[in-house]
Design a protein around this ligand. Structure first.
Ligand code: AMP
Ligand code: ZN
Length: 464
C-alpha cells in the first residue's frame, strides 16, 4: 500500500511500526460552533481511511481530539453569557450527532484538552528540563532555534520563516517564531494551576501530549486538513521530537480544502455551510459520496449542482442493490453456466481493482468508479433467471465495497416494508392456526435472508 507523505513529499510504501496494526491520530474540531462541510471533509476522509485499513485487515487505533480550551470558545461563552464548559459540551454533543449523520464512526478515543492538563504540564516541564523551552512571566515558549530541523514538514528554513513572518511584537520571546506552550491566566478565563502560575495550554501542545499518552511516542499516521501543516503540525513535530528524541509520526497525511468559488470554506471568510444546513436539502449520504468522488489531496469546489449529480449517482447505487435484492427473492438455486461464471469472475476482478486503486494513496475517486463498473455489470447482466448464489455473491461484493466507503448502509425501505407485511401475515396465519401458511411465510423470509425471533415483546427480525 502506498501513501503520500507530506514529510517527504513522496508516495511511499506504507510500513506500520507493528505488523498488522496502525496508530493514527487526526486533529479534531475546536468545539465552539457546529462544524462546516469543509471540516466535515477532513473528518470524513480519516473515517474512510480507517474503514479501508480495517478492510485490509489492520487493527487501527484511531484517536481524534476535541480542542475544548481555546480563545474562540472563551469568546463565545462571553457572548452567550455562559461558561466555556457549557459551550464545549454543547458542541461536542453536536459533533457526535453531525458526524453520525454523515456516517462518520466514533474514533477509538476522543480525548479532550481539559482532561489532559496534567499530561500537558508534564510534557512542558520535560521540554524546559531539556532546554527546548523557557518560562517567562508566567508564559512558557518553545525555543525554535533549539530544534534543528524546525520547518522540515512545511519545507521552510528558519531563515525563510523569519523573513516571511509578520513579526509580532513580544518582548518575552527569544525568537519571534517561538510559540507558546503555556499562557498565563487572564481575568475571567478558565485556568489551571501550574509550576508557572495559573494559566492554560497553548494550542499545539495538546496534540503532542495526547498522541503520546494514547498512542505512544512514535505513531504511524498523523493527519488533518492542509491548513494545519504550518504552524500546527510543524510545532507538534518540534515539541514531540524534542521531548522524546525520536520520530513523532512516520506518515503525515493532509486533506485538500473544500472550497467554495475557489476559496477555502472557513468560518473567518463567512463562506461556509454547516452540515445541518446541507441536511435540510440533501440526504447526507449524497454529500459523503460527493466528497469521496475526489482524491482526498485534491481541492474540491463545492456546488449544489455537483451535489445533484452525486444524488443521481447514489440513486443508481441503491437501485442496483434493490434490484439485486428483488431478483434474489424470486431466483432459484442452480449451477452457474460458463457465461455466468464469467460475470462472477468479472465482479471479482473489479473487487481486486478496487483494492489496487485504494492501495494507491487511497484513491476513493477511482474506487467509486470501480463500484459503478460493478453496478453496470450487475444491471446489464443479472436478473431473476440467474442462479441465486451468483446474485447473492455479486450483491455481497457491491455492499462490501460500498460499505468500506461508508456508503449503501441504509436498509432498503421497500424491502423493509415487504418484510414487515410478511411478518404480520404470518402472525395472522398463526392466530388462525394456519401453521402450514405460517411456516411457508417463515421460509420465504428465510430465503430473503431474514431471521425471525419470537420475543416477549413480539416478533423481531434481523438480516443474516
Ligand atoms: P478546526 O475546528 O478549525 O480546528 O478544524 C477542524 C479540521 O477541519 C482541521 O483538520 C482543519 O484542517 C479542517 N478544515 C478546516 N477547513 C477546511 C476546509 N475548508 N476543507 C478541508 N478541511 C478543513
Ligand atoms: Zn492537532
Amino acid at each position: 500500500m502506498k501513501l503520500y507523505n507530506t514529510l517527504t513529499k513522496k508516495k511511499e510504501e506504507f510500513v506500520p511500526i507493528k505488523k498488522g496494526e496502525i496508530k493514527m491520530y487526526a486533529c479534531g474540531p475546536t468545539v465552539y460552533d457546529y462544524f462546516h462541510i469543509g471540516n466535515a471533509r477532513t473528518f470524513l476522509t480519516f473515517d474512510a481511511m480507517r474503514r479501508y485499513f480495517e478492510y485490509r485487515g489492520y487493527k487501527v487505533d484511531f484517536v481524534q481530539n476535541f480542542t475544548d480550551i481555546d480563545d474562540k470558545i472563551i469568546n463565545k461563552a462571553k457572548e452567550e453569557n455562559t461558561t466555556s464548559e457549557k459551550i464545549s459540551k454543547k458542541y461536542i454533543e453536536a459533533y457526535f450527532q453531525d458526524a453520525e449523520s454523515l456516517g462518520i464512526k466514533k474514533a477509538d478515543i476522543h480525548p479532550k484538552v481539559t482532561e489532559n492538563v496534567d499530561e500537558i504540564i508534564n510534557f512542558i516541564e520535560k521540554l524546559i528540563d531539556k532546554g527546548y523551552a523557557y518560562a517567562i512571566n508566567g508564559d512558557v515558549y518553545f525555543n525554535v532555534d533549539k530544534f534543528e530541523s524546525y520547518g522540515k514538514l512545511s519545507k521552510q528554513s528558519l531563515q525563510d520563516l523569519q523573513s516571511g513572518a509578520r513579526i509580532e511584537i513580544n518582548e518575552n520571546k527569544k525568537n519571534p517564531l517561538d510559540f507558546v506552550l503555556w499562557k498565563s491566566a487572564k481575568i475571567n478565563e478558565p485556568s489551571w494551576d501550574s509550576p508557572w502560575g495559573k494559566g492554560r495550554p497553548g494550542w499545539h501542545i495538546e496534540c503532542s501530549a495526547m498522541a503520546k499518552k494514547y498512542l505512544g511516542e512514535t505513531i504511524d499516521i498523523h493527519g488533518g486538513g492542509g491548513d494545519l501543516i504550518f504552524p500546527h503540525h510543524e510545532n507538534e513535530i518540534a515539541q514531540s521530537e524534542a521531548c522524546s528524541g525520536t520520530t513523532f509520526a512516520n506518515y503525515w497525511m493532509h486533506v485538500g480544502y473544500l472550497n467554495i468559488e475557489n476559496k477555502k470554506m472557513s468560518k473567518s471568510l463567512n463562506n461556509f455551510f454547516t452540515l445541518r444546513e446541507i441536511r435540510q436539502e440533501f440526504d447526507l449520504e449524497v454529500l459523503r459520496l460527493f466528497m469521496l468522488s475526489s482524491h482526498y489531496r485534491n481541492p474540491i469546489n463545492f456546488s449544489r449542482q455537483l451535489l445533484e449529480s452525486s444524488k443521481s449517482a447514489l440513486e443508481r447505487l441503491y437501485n442496483a442493490k434493490e434490484s439485486l435484492e428483488h431478483h434474489i427473492t424470486i431466483s432459484k438455486d442452480k449451477e452457474l453456466t460458463d457465461d455466468e461464471m464469467e460475470i462472477y469472475n468479472k465482479v471479482l476482478n473489479l473487487q481486486d481493482k478496487f483494492v489496487q486503486v485504494m492501495d494507491d494513496d487511497f484513491n476513493t475517486a477511482d474506487g467509486l468508479a470501480v463500484i459503478f463498473d460493478i453496478v453496470k455489470e450487475t444491471n446489464t447482466k443479472l436478473n431473476s433467471e440467474k442462479p441465486k448464489k451468483l446474485l447473492e455473491d455479486c450483491l455481497k461484493v457491491l455492499c462490501e465495497l460500498s460499505g468500506v466507503l461508508g456508503l449503501l448502509q441504509k436498509e432498503n425501505q421497500n424491502i423493509t416494508d415487504e418484510i414487515e407485511s410478511l411478518i404480520s401475515e404470518r402472525q395472522n396465519a398463526r392466530k388462525d392456526k394456519n401453521f402450514a401458511l405460517a411456516d411457508e411465510i417463515r421460509d420465504k423470509l428465510k430465503s430473503m435472508g431474514v431471521i425471525l425471533e419470537d420475543t416477549p415483546q413480539g416478533v423481531k427480525w434481523k438480516k443474516l
